[in-house]
Ligand binder design. Structure first.
Ligand SMILES: C[S@@+](CC[C@H](N)C(=O)[O-])C[C@H]1O[C@@H](n2cnc3c(N)ncnc32)[C@H](O)[C@@H]1O
Length: 374
């Protein structure tokens, strides 16, 4: 089956996530990628952190009008998007609007009523698609055009659910940083297609964001943290989530220093945001950066040395590690590929430039590294 993804704010990260899960991923433009899945597998947008919309290709020879006429009886809500031109002109808006009018007329003639969302740009925004529930029920439809192909949306990113998971959980802590749930999903997905009964380990579990997302994806979870308070926070957050979503996978959380801890087996994958050092609001002076880099570097080195004895060579490992914005705008990385490989790991994503997750003006960014034990 052929699919289209609308890529997020950092397309390289969105693409890496798609590539780790699906086949024949092909970037078509800055924001559009095509990919395939095996027969019978329908990808779920709610498990992807890096894509804004997913859509499946309309079968050959079926026109948008025919597709809409085949939907169950009742009024249809339709949004039309054309992602062909990243830079659009007023003509593109006119074209898509005229397309909409033509479709509405054809449907009316066949006795079906349709509410057409207005196009102020050639594409329906992710927020508008989400708030109108497009792709989430049979008669709420977004049809997406890319060049000569039409796709039917499977939904837009559920901004409301992310916000709720992030803000409604009982225990939060601004000091250990706020790992966005989307980034947590990306870290887990970069581990590849895991068996459904796998256990995802987070050895720096903090308030449990990675584990929360892993639970929602159906995995068993195992978290450890050096700080007893964080262990309690994670336990409470995971218990809240499990009850709210009636999940019944295994949850294990215990206190442990990631540089020395011996974890219980089996470990299916390691996904973690490691210690990032202190929060910073302005680029650090050289002397401060040197100290923080040493401190975080020692944690990463000792953790990776310790982890080696605990996992097998095929255990996927994805880590978010700190990188610091300098005054000149460049990012100072924690370690080079060579330094990491000398610790007995292969860095799978050697060209790491794209996998730097940073909001505008954020000083402490996260670099994503994907590793396998040698
Ligand atoms: C950036 S936070 C991780 C946030 C977490 N990924 C989440 O989902 O909330 C880093 C965590 O690492 C913990 N930590 C720092 N050094 C550690 C070590 N040597 N072993 C285990 N945990 C450590 C801190 O207590 C903190 O909770």
């Amino acid at each position: 089956m052929n699919y289209l993804a609308v890529l997020g704010r950092q397309p390289e990260i969105s693409l890496a996530e798609l590539e780790s899960l699906f086949d024949e991923v092909e970037q078509k433009s800055r924001e559009i990628a095509f990919f395939k899945t095996e027969l019978g597998i329908v990808p779920s947008l709610d498990r992807l952190g890096g894509s804004l919309k997913l859509a499946r290709k309309l079968e050959k020879n079926i026109s948008p009008e025919e597709y809409l006429k085949s939907l169950p009886e009742g009024k249809i809500t339709l949004g039309l998007s054309d992602y062909t031109h990243a830079k659009y002109s007023s003509r593109d808006i006119k074209n898509i609007s005229q397309n909409g009018i033509k479709i509405k007329k054809a449907l009316k003639e066949s006795g079906r009523s349709l509410r057409l969302l207005p196009n102020t740009t050639p594409v329906i925004s992710t927020a508008a698609a989400h708030h109108n529930g497009l792709g989430r029920s049979p008669r709420k439809v977004e049809l997406i055009k890319y060049q000569n192909d039409w796709f039917v949306s499977l939904g837009a990113q559920n901004i409301t659910a992310y916000k709720e998971r992030d803000q409604a959980r009982p225990m939060r802590d601004a000091k250990v940083g706020m790992l966005p749930p989307k980034l947590a999903q990306i870290l887990i997905n970069l581990c590849g297609n895991l068996d459904q009964n796998s256990t995802v380990l987070d050895p720096f579990c903090g308030t449990g964001v990675v584990l929360q997302e892993a639970l929602l994806m159906g995995y068993n979870v195992y978290g450890t943290d050096k700080d007893e308070r964080m262990v309690e926070y994670t336990k409470k957050n995971l218990a809240w989530l499990s009850e709210k979503h009636q999940l019944n996978q295994e949850i294990m959380v215990e206190q442990g220093d990631a540089t020395t801890h011996k974890w219980k087996q089996p470990i299916g994958a390691v996904a973690s945001e490691i210690y990032l050092g202190p929060p910073m609001s302005t680029p650090p002076a050289d002397i401060k950066l040197k100290t923080v880099k040493q401190e975080c570097g020692a944690v990463l080195t000792d953790f990776l040395k310790n982890l080696k004895a605990e996992i097998s060579p095929d255990t996927p490992i994805t880590l978010a590690i700190p990188a610091w914005r300098r005054l000149d705008g460049h990012f100072e990385r924690l370690k080079t590929v060579d330094e990491i490989e000398k610790l007995g790991y292969n860095v799978i994503n050697k060209s790491r430039d794209g996998l730097l997750y940073a909001r505008e003006n954020q000083v402490v960014a996260r670099e994503i590294i994907v590793l396998r034990k040698k």
